[in-house]
Design a protein. Structure first.
Ligand SMILES: Nc1ncnc2c1ncn2[C@@H]1O[C@H](COP(=O)(O)OP(=O)(O)OP(=O)(O)O)[C@@H](O)[C@H]1O
Ligand SMILES: Nc1ncnc2c1ncn2[C@@H]1O[C@H](COP(=O)(O)OP(=O)(O)OP(=O)(O)O)[C@@H](O)[C@H]1O
Ligand SMILES: [Mg+2]
Ligand SMILES: [Mg+2]
Lengths: 304, 339, 333, 512, 342
């Protein structure tokens, strides 16, 4: 039959256009992204951090120093050729420790957001769409969590358990979902009055279909932007918890823990505090710049 | 007359207004208040009225986005309040709607393909993706759009194109009745003209019936066979185009026609003398008592503000809800005769 | 050209820098408005009406706008070159305007009074008249202005926020603000098109009577042909950043010359109920890659080879009617 | 306002604390700050000497009955409380009864032991014990005598019948009043910032150094060592208390005019091994750990000035057995022990917990882990807030394999360690996380506590220590040094082997 | 009229939220293992002593009853006894709270004095170097952990330059002004004691700035964004068209609507400042509620934890209420929306 062939032709033709359209969309996004040099810088910074964290064992001069290693004779060395950023109280290379420490901080962020974002988004969607009592209950619970600063809440939860980096993550995750819940709830509430949602209803789409196919994609870009900005905040909260002594356990150290230990030796042995602080600053700044840039890139373009 | 496709009887839709400390219902927006009309098979029935008169609410109640506060809607003889889980699917395939705002009627985050595929998936039309693609191809053809638009996103479409996609989406389930809620009001005249022609063509080709909602009198005159004139949730005049435009009876209808800007002398001749005073449209929360139009009506009497007018039949199929309908109808007749 | 023209736009080009490149929105627009004259500017969405008007007011932000060519003379002064302070002096006194959407054109967080008082206070006319401008005097002028647009209870309205007014009332307030400093020229960008027909009719007739009485020149911008026909004496038809036809309202509506004008008019549904024409085929093309020659030629049923090559100049087809179309280049001129 | 002239002439002493004062009610306070707060404001009957000998204070003399069940004290006369009333036997009786009733603070030293207190004369009082309790006299420095009349004058309704609340609410709230007779009075208390003590000029002991004594002592709550160092440099601190790290004291010693004093404390650092939890329930594993520990590095580089440990009791404490076995690092021996273990070769991970904020312990733990790694033994280190550690200690199941703690003496007697750490009745506290619960050890300790003859008692304690070391429930690391940094014009600092008794302002004077 | 209803309703909701919060914290604090009694009694306490203290604290009663006792106590101002100080928590809070309030208020002053003008400046010179500078500064504010800021400030101004004190609220040698509000700045001002005022100011500058950094960044960014947002509104164009001078447009017609968005996040800023206080008070040995709270949390001082959390929650609620009212005052849209019944 010839229809088959012609149909095939039609679709290949279409696929070409499809590719062109995708290219165009990417191009537009890239254009907006590029126009904002600050966000470009942010992207590079984040990529660099992630790269260094992943390949930490290969890019650090003393990978052994990240584990159980002590060399008390060599402790507290000021920055020098052999130890660019000096050594710490155990005699470990601070540069190596920073790279491995940021690895932990990044993991913390990934896990916290990996748990809390889906939960928050799901609850936000459900509450926003269902409305009524469901919404009241979910949003009031959210309010309860939001009425305490994240750090305080995490501190309370963390102190109740054995402190460790995974408990800290759990603690932060257990409150972080509320932000996404609130964000998505707001978006859902406004999106559900849009005519395309009503159109889907008229077409007989089930609530789940509407939630996941119509509403969720519209939450995606604010949520993605929020995630990048969150990443900075989670690192901050995590660093705060670590600073108060509830962070990673020795011999591993995240950046907050490093600062907390290093602060004990200020001001004489400043390098133990200053460099990890700069590292935190670098990461958070990277994420924030990136998030800010993405906000523009992911915004829906208004019509022609 | 044969059995109508759609029959609306005493339809009422109130929206609660909440307020106060406990968020209690303190009042109702009487968006639709006892509206009755019917639509014949193959007919275009128009619903006219100013903003906030309840036109969209009627439409959304018919397509079951809202549940009516009271009143009955029959589709092909079936009472819609009696729809069950099983029958609602069939109803959804029979009755579709096209919305007013081309900006918000398509999901900006989905491609045209995905938007058009949705109804097919929901109703199990087209077994495979390839088949669905073919159907979409046909649908786009029906609304006179090239197939390559399949992969575009709404942001890349003009208002007219978006409305075409919205129409294609409605047509995807192969309905017999379309509710068109001001589908062209946001568009330019030239685009509107093309769309109107498309509607007419589709109606003929697919044997559709329309409920056509608009505030543009010239447009309803051009396209519809019969129409109802709504004001603050109620229909005040209902009749065929001929009757409504050459013998308008209700002062409100006349006001509307008189206020319509026109582009030719012939049309100017059709315009009646204005029948209203300056004034704003009152709130549907507290509509004026009696005939809701009386504060703006230049010939209102004391009873107009007290009693609700009952329908008066002033011609074949021509109903007017006005206390002075009979005397006005006579004068209208005279006017026509005189000219 | 026209000596007494209060607004004279000559061969104006306005471009915007966008992702795709340069969007050449206005491409040689020329139009003028004489003192006391009522002129219409009609065209479909996106044809550049608002851009033209904002340029005339000197409020188009630049960048992103570029003005590669052309002049905008407002009461003899070139708006594009004028110093900001000079422009400021002309606002209110020489020129004023009304926006399409009465809600978004009023500042939502100030009361009507606060806004109108400032307009009066900074309208230089009053200062020159008799020096001191006391609070009570400002108030008096404001009340008077509100009364003149037939707003009931102006005292109360002064203390209300825009949100507390209905659409019609907001539009009246805007008109009052536009006219309070007695400008010689008013630009009205789609006044009332966001309102219901009945209210729109009221607003238009109010505007008409006010400006007639005061002898103010008006440039009415709209996409509604009916409104134009009922309000103005002379009309410009715009398509894709160019004026394609100009003439007396009556003539143009009776005998449109340009194929675009013809198509447009035949697309308007009629109260008399005639069947609609098919509309104009095709769509407005992108300004970044606008068609060569006559910008309408890809959609024109009567397009000729020439049309794609060169921009058709305006030709006179009757004493009061000009059209930019090669169809009329043979004899008509 | 205060007179500036007077303020200048005053000797103002300032010291830092890492920890806030909770209370200085003598029936309630326990930790190191609270203890020296009580000590300076209240007087006990007896006082420890720098060598740990019990010397008279409020009590002039005492006699012990032959059965060892009653202790009679002859009180010093003419001792004035801060409100100028005289201290009598009634006050002593009241003080003991009060602390026993409140069941708070140091009451555990005597609860169940002191049966009755009788007043035998205005200045004569007898404690009747329900059983023989050999270290009784050594515990009495912790019985601070309160002014009965003042307390009762401030009583509020409470659970103690005619005594109301025993004045607890008053003492919890007041910031410039006390009920003591000590050399200093509570002058001001700004919680979270500082507590201030003022010289009590009418102190019964007199002021041997005259005007050189400290007139006002400020104890300031300061956590950051950096701040402490700056203030010390600027002369804003007269003394830095003993909770900082060795490198910090090294830094401080470099400051001109600052002196760092080092003493060997009665506090021993040990890695307490849970003997009931796998894999450390296996004695071979415990011995393996003891062999694998790097004592030398730790003592020499981390805590120079510390004394080598030998068994559970520091050498300075009466009753210490100097002949018990002490491990040193020998990885071959460690490996041999490991191979004998029933868990070999798949030794479960060993968990180690240490408290927050103590740098040396962290370093030791990491060092330990480093040494264990080549043996194939995994060590899991956790740093926990102190509160959590005490929680963990309450049951065998939650107690980690190793807890790094140091135990200080409460009274200058080896019993303080033996009883608290190794007797089954001590189980469930952070001090006995070994969970030794060994019948023989229990028996030896009970015996020692009821033996009045000093020599016999010393022998039993020696045996007990040998048995304990044989069971290997701890890695005994070192006897901790006690360091304080002072401005060199502060004189008279006197070390006493009981917690906080070295912060006795009365000992000191300024030599400017 | 109805706007006040709206505010009242928010208030009632907030009380409900506080109840929820108290239950949550109660559960977290008590259901999890741990024995504050043992902790409070010191290392050597006997089981008997522990039981006794548990009894005194009412911990031997069933949980719901304990909660009931607690919550009813609160209405009499009785927050229960602290394990650590053996005093009523209300007393402790009354002692520690003013220091934190003073710190956070001072931080808000920083935010308003620096954040808003920086934002306006950036919007005014959008895309110029000024704008980029402000943006980078704002990012730094958001990206540096407050305790790091604290440490660095200390390092620079106290250790290196030696011009500001390191810790505390007042120098040791400065006598504290008589206690009135507990806010040293205010108290010394009332007393007319300018040396104390100066000393207190010197002490508060660094910690309050460290706390404020995040807020300054956020507010500056938001002000900038909403200023440029407003700049694109029709009504600003209209104002230009009516001949209102640019300066009036910028400082009147733009600033007011643009201040709404920053205003509404002031509540969040406050929360983040409180949370920063928890870190910064530690660095500066600031004798405030946050420091007390950390100690209470780490030592499981139940009643103290509950007290601190509830007070913080209450502060949060009050601040948000104030923000709501202010926002309603600045933005009639909010008021009118509610007057029309949403
Ligand atoms: N979901 C709703 N909740 C509350 N009130 C509503 C709702 N939908 C509509 N209304 C109110 O009901 C009245 C009628 O609205 P409707 O949208 O039906 O009018 P309309 O005739 O379609 O007007 P327009 O021409 O502006 O579309 C209005 O006053 C509107 O505010
Ligand atoms: N700031 C800008 N940047 C880029 N393009 C612009 C800008 N302003 C206007 N345009 C473009 O200029 C063209 C004309 O816009 P304009 O607003 O003048 O149309 P209009 O005729 O007023 O239409 P409408 O009837 O919809 O108001 C449009 O294509 C628009 O996209
Ligand atoms: Mg509608
Ligand atoms: Mg426009």
């Amino acid at each position: 039959m010839s229809t088959r062939a012609s149909h095939h032709q039609v679709t290949t033709g279409l696929n070409e256009t499809r590719w062109m359209i995708i290219k165009d969309r990417l191009g537009r996004g890239w254009y907006k992204f590029r126009r904002n040099p600050i966000s470009l810088v942010g992207g590079v910074m984040v990529l660099l951090c992630v790269f260094l964290a992943i390949f930490a064992p290969y890019v650090t001069p003393y990978p052994k120093h990240a584990g159980a290693f002590t060399d008390f004779q060599n402790a507290f060395q000021a920055p020098s050729k052999s130890h660019w950023l000096g050594t710490d109280a155990l005699g470990c290379d601070v540069f190596t420790r920073i790279i491995f420490g940021s690895r932990i901080s990044l993991m913390l962020t990934a896990v916290v957001l990996g748990i809390s974002v889906p939960v928050g988004v799901f609850l936000g969607l459900i509450s926003g769409y269902m409305g009524g009592k469901t919404e009241t209950v979910i949003m009031r619970v959210t309010d309860v969590f939001l009425s305490l600063p994240a750090l305080v809440m995490a501190l309370a939860i963390c102190a109740a358990f054995t402190p460790s980096i995974d408990k800290a993550m759990l603690a932060v995750a257990s409150i972080w979902w509320t932000w996404h819940c609130r964000l998505v709830n707001g978006i859902t509430r406004s999106i559900k009055t849009e005519e395309f949602v009503q159109a889907s209803k008229v077409l007989g789409a089930s609530p789940l279909r509407i939630i996941f196919k119509d509403i969720l994609p519209n939450c995606a870009s604010p949520v993605i932007v929020k995630i990048t900005l969150d990443a900075g905040f989670v690192i901050l909260v995590g660093a705060g918890l670590s600073f108060l002594g509830l962070g990673a356990q020795p011999p591993a150290e995240d950046l907050g823990t490093m600062i907390s230990f290093g602060a004990k030796y200020l001001p004489e042995r400043w390098w133990m505090t200053v460099f990890p602080s700069l590292a935190i600053f670098f990461i958070i700044l990277g994420f924030n710049l990136l998030g800010d840039g993405l906000r523009d890139v992911l915004a829906v373009e208004e019509g022609v | 007359m044969s059995e109508p496709v759609l029959k609306v009887e005493n339809l009422v839709k109130y929206f609660p207004v909440r307020s106060g400390l406990l968020h209690k219902i303190v009042a109702h927006v009487k968006a639709v208040d006892k509206v009755s009309f019917d639509v014949q098979k193959g007919e275009i029935f128009g619903l006219i009225g100013e903003s906030g008169s309840g036109k969209s609410t009627v439409a959304k109640t018919i397509v079951q986005i809202y549940n009516p506060t009271s009143g009955m809607i029959y589709f092909k003889g079936q009472n819609l309040s009696k729809l069950t889980k099983q029958t609602i699917g069939r109803f959804r395939r029979e009755v579709q709607m096209v919305f007013q705002d081309p900006k918000s009627s398509l999901n900006p985050r989905r491609s045209v393909m995905s938007i058009l595929e949705d109804p097919l998936i929901i109703h199990g039309i087209g077994k495979s993706r390839v088949e669905r693609k073919r159907i979409i191809h046909t649908l786009l053809g029906q609304v006179e759009m090239p197939s390559r638009y399949m992969y575009k996103y709404p942001s890349a479409l003009s208002g007219g194109e978006r409305q075409r996609i919205a129409i294609a989406r409605a047509l995807a389930v192969n309905p017999s009745f379309l509710v068109l809620d001001e589908p062209t009001s946001a568009l330019d005249v030239s685009v509107q003209a093309k769309l109107i022609n498309l509607f007419l063509r589709l109606k003929k080709e697919l044997a559709l019936s329309y409920l056509f909602i608009t505030h543009n009198l010239s447009l309803v005159r051009t396209i519809a066979a019969r129409a109802g004139v709504m004001y603050l949730g109620k229909i005040y005049e209902l009749g065929t185009m001929e009757m409504l435009f050459s013998h308008p009876v209700h002062p409100y209808t006349k006001t509307l026609i008189a206020a319509t800007p026109v582009v030719s002398k012939e049309e100017e001749r059709v315009k009646p003398r204005e029948m209203s005073k300056e004034g704003e449209i009152p709130s549907p929360v507290n509509p004026p008592s009696g005939c809701a139009f009386h504060p703006r009506c230049s010939i209102a009497e004391s009873r107009c503000s007290q009693e609700l007018p009952s329908p008066v039949k002033v011609g074949p199929g021509h109903l007017v809800w006005c206390h002075r309908a009979e005397e006005l109808a006579v004068r209208a007749e005279e006017l026509v005769v005189l000219e | 050209m026209e000596e007494k023209a209060i607004l004279d736009i000559r061969d104006l080009h306005v471009w915007f820098r966008v992702y795709e490149g340069v969007s050449r929105v206005l491409d040689g627009v020329s139009l003028y408005v004489r003192g006391g004259e009522h002129v219409g500017l009609v065209g479909e969405t996106g044809c550049g009406k608002t851009v033209a008007m904002k340029t005339a007011m000197g409020i188009l932000r630049s960048p992103p706008a570029l003005f590669p060519q052309g002049q905008v003379l407002l009461a003899g002064r070139d708006v594009l070159k004028a110093a900001p302070i000079e422009l400021l002096r002309m606002k209110g006194k020489t020129i004023s305007m009304i926006f399409q959407d009465p809600l978004s054109a009023l500042n939502p967080v100030f009361t009507v009074g606060q806004q109108i008082f400032d307009v009066i206070r900074f309208g230089h006319r009053w200062i020159r008249d008799d020096g001191a401008l006391t609070k009570t005097k400002v108030r008096g002028i404001a009340m008077e202005a509100l009364t003149s647009v037939q707003l009931p209870d102006p005292r109360r309205i002064l203390s209300l926020y825009p949100l507390e007014l209905s659409g019609g009332m907001r539009q009246r307030v805007l008109i009052a603000m536009a006219l309070v400093n007695r400008p010689r020229f008013l630009i009205a960008d789609e006044p009332g098109s966001a309102l219901d027909v009945t209210i729109q009719a009221q607003i238009l007739s109010l505007l008409k009577s006010l400006v007639k009485e005061a002898g103010i020149a008006v440039l009415l911008i709209t996409h509604d042909l009916g409104v134009v026909r009922e309000t103005v004496e002379r009309v410009y038809i715009m398509y894709a950043g160019r004026v394609v036809e100009e003439g007396q309202t009556v003539e143009i509506f009776d005998d449109p010359k340009h194929p675009y004008t013809q198509g447009l008019l035949s697309s308007v549904p009629r109260l008399t109920g005639e069947a609609l024409a098919e509309g104009i085929p095709g769509t407005l093309s992108d300004y970044t890659e606008a068609p060569s020659g006559c910008r309408f030629h890809p959609r024109c049923p009567q397009a000729m080879e020439k049309c794609a090559q060169q921009k058709p100049p305006m030709v006179k087809v009757s004493t009061k009617q000009h059209v930019a179309c090669y169809l009329y280049h043979g004899g008509g001129g | 306002g205060t007179d500036i002239g007077v303020a200048v002439a005053k000797n103002i002493f300032t010291m830092s604390n890492t920890q806030e004062f909770g209370t200085i009610d003598p029936a309630r306070g326990t930790d190191y700050t609270e203890s020296y707060g009580m000590l300076n404001v209240y007087d006990p009957l007896v006082f420890p000497s720098p060598t740990g000998k019990i010397e008279p204070k409020l009590a002039k003399s005492w006699t012990i009955s032959a059965d060892g069940l009653s202790y009679t004290f002859e009180l010093r006369q003419g001792v004035k409380f801060h409100d100028a009333t005289e201290l009598t036997a009634e006050d002593v009786k009241f003080s003991m009864e009060r602390i026993l009733a409140l069941k708070d603070g140091y009451s555990w030293l005597w609860s169940g032991i002191v049966k009755e207190v009788t007043v035998d004369g205005p200045f004569k009082v007898t404690f009747h014990l329900s059983k023989v309790y050999a270290p009784f006299l050594s515990t009495l420095p912790w019985l601070f005598i309160v002014n009965k009349d003042v307390i009762l004058a401030h009583k509020q309704p409470g659970d103690f019948g005619e005594f109301g609340d025993y004045g607890t609410n008053w003492l919890a709230v007041t910031t410039n009043e006390d009920a003591g007779s000590g050399p200093y009075t509570l002058m001001a208390w700004d919680r979270g910032r500082e507590i201030v003590f003022e010289r009590f000029l009418d102190y019964w002991g007199g002021w041997p150094h005259g005007d050189k004594h400290i007139d006002e002592a400020h104890s300031i709550f300061l956590q950051e060592t950096a701040t402490v160092k700056t203030m010390l440099r600027r002369g804003e601190l007269t003394m830095v208390e003993h909770w900082r790290t060795y490198p910090d004291y090294q830094d401080m010693a470099k400051i001109p005019g600052v002196e760092v004093l080092t003493f060997l404390s009665p506090e021993e650092m040990s890695f307490k091994i849970n003997t009931k939890r796998p894999p450390t329930d296996d004695i071979h594993i415990r011995r393996m750990l003891a062999w694998a520990f790097d004592y030398e590095t730790v003592i020499q580089t981390l805590e120079p000035g510390s004394g080598p440990a030998r068994g559970p009791i520091p050498a300075s404490i009466p009753g210490h057995n100097p002949r018990v076995f002490q491990y040193h690092m020998d990885l071959d021996k460690a490996r041999q022990e490991l191979e004998q273990s029933k868990y070999y070769p798949d030794v479960p991970t060993i968990t180690l917990v240490l408290p927050t904020g103590l740098e040396n312990r962290r370093k030791m733990a990491v060092r330990f882990k480093e040494k264990l790694e080549p043996l194939g033994v995994k060590l899991d280190i956790h740093i926990e807030p102190w509160g959590r550690m005490t929680d963990l200690a309450t049951t065998v199941e939650t107690t980690p394999n190793i807890m790094v703690t140091s135990v200080s003496s409460n009274y200058p007697d080896a019993d303080t360690y033996l009883n608290c750490m190794y007797h089954s009745r001590g189980s469930g506290t952070w001090m006995s996380t070994e969970w030794l619960q060994d019948p023989l050890v229990d028996q030896l300790i009970d015996q020692e506590r009821t033996t009045l003859d000093p020599e016999e008692r010393a022998h039993i304690m020696n045996v007990a220590q040998a048995v304990i070391v044989e069971r290997c429930p701890d890695i005994f690391v070192y006897v901790m040094p006690l360091r304080v940094a002072i401005q060199d014009y502060l004189k008279g600092f006197t070390y006493r082997p009981v917690m906080s008794f070295y912060y006795y302002f009365y000992d000191w004077w300024f030599e400017k | 009229m109805r706007f006040s209803y709206f505010v009242l309703r928010r208030w009632l909701y907030s009380i409900l939220v506080l109840f929820g919060l108290s239950i949550l914290i109660f559960i977290i604090a008590r259901m999890l293992p741990g024995d504050p009694a043992r902790l409070a009694l010191g290392p050597f306490a006997l089981q008997e002593q522990v039981e006794h203290l548990r009894h005194v604290m009412g911990m031997d009663k069933p949980l719901p009853l304990q909660y009931w006792t607690y919550i009813t106590g609160i209405f009499h101002g009785d927050f229960g006894l602290s394990f650590q100080t053996r005093r009523n928590v209300a007393l402790d809070i009354a002692h520690y709270l003013p220091a934190t309030v003073e710190l956070v208020l001072m931080a808000i002053v920083w935010v308003l004095v620096l954040g808003v003008p920086l934002g306006v400046l950036a919007a005014r010179y959008k895309d110029s170097w000024v704008d980029n500078l402000v943006r980078v500064m704002a990012f730094i504010g958001v990206a540096v952990p407050p305790f790091v800021v604290g440490l660095f400030l200390q390092l620079t101004f106290s250790y290196l330059l030696g011009i500001l004190p390191t810790t505390g609220r007042l120098s040791l040698m400065t006598p504290a002004p008589p206690l009135r509000t507990g806010l040293l700045l205010l108290d010394s001002l009332i007393e007319g004691d300018f040396s104390a005022l100066g000393d207190a100011l010197k002490h508060i500058i660094l910690p309050s700035f460290a706390i404020a950094m995040t807020g300054i960044g956020q507010i500056a960014r938001l002000t900038r964004a909403s200023m440029s947002d407003v700049a694109n509104q029709d009504y600003i164009e209209a104002s230009r068209g009516f001949g209102i001078p640019n300066r009036v447009i910028a400082f009147k017609y733009m600033l007011k609507p643009a201040s709404i968005a920053p205003l509404t996040i002031l509540g969040l800023t406050f929360a983040s400042e409180l949370s920063n206080a928890f870190l910064v008070e530690t660095v500066f040995a600031w004798p405030g509620l946050a420091k007390y709270g950390i100690r209470a949390i780490l030592r499981k001082d139940f009643n103290a934890v509950m007290g601190v959390v509830l007070i913080i929650g209450l502060a949060f609620v009050i601040v948000n209420l104030i923000v709501d009212i202010l926002a309603g005052y600045v933005d009639p849209r909010i008021r009118i929306k509610h007057e029309e019944g949403e």
